[in-house]
Design a protein. Structure first.
Length: 105
């Protein structure tokens, strides 16, 4: 299995779609499906029928998964960057291509 370039807790920017340019933190990563959930981005509305647990029912807004290719790591100045892997001090680490900074995680 390939190493994950984007993991839970990473700060990312959306590259395409209705939320292009918005940034957020990855709240969940689904590597087998190549999808991520980004907090506050790609909000979908679900129509919920009234039930005993939720007698009111109504509209529920939830963050929908998006393909990992639609997001990219964000640098300190707010721009998108690719990620590469390097070996530093005997450990494999993720590095931002634009700045050369190590991405923790």
């Amino acid at each position: 299995m390939a190493s994950a370039r984007i993991k839970k807790g990473d700060q990312v920017i959306v590259l395409s779609g209705k939320d292009k340019g918005r940034t957020g933190t990855v709240t969940a990563s689904m590597p087998k499906l190549d999808k991520v959930i980004v907090g506050g981005v790609n909000i979908a509305t679900k129509h919920r029928k009234a039930s005993q647990a939720d007698p009111q029912g109504g509209l529920e807004r939830v963050e929908a998964p998006m393909h990992v290719s639609k997001v990219s790591h964000v640098t300190a100045d707010g721009k998108a960057t690719r990620v590469r892997f390097e070996e530093r001090d005997g450990k494999k680490v993720r590095v931002a291509v634009k700045t050369g900074d190590v991405i923790n995680g």
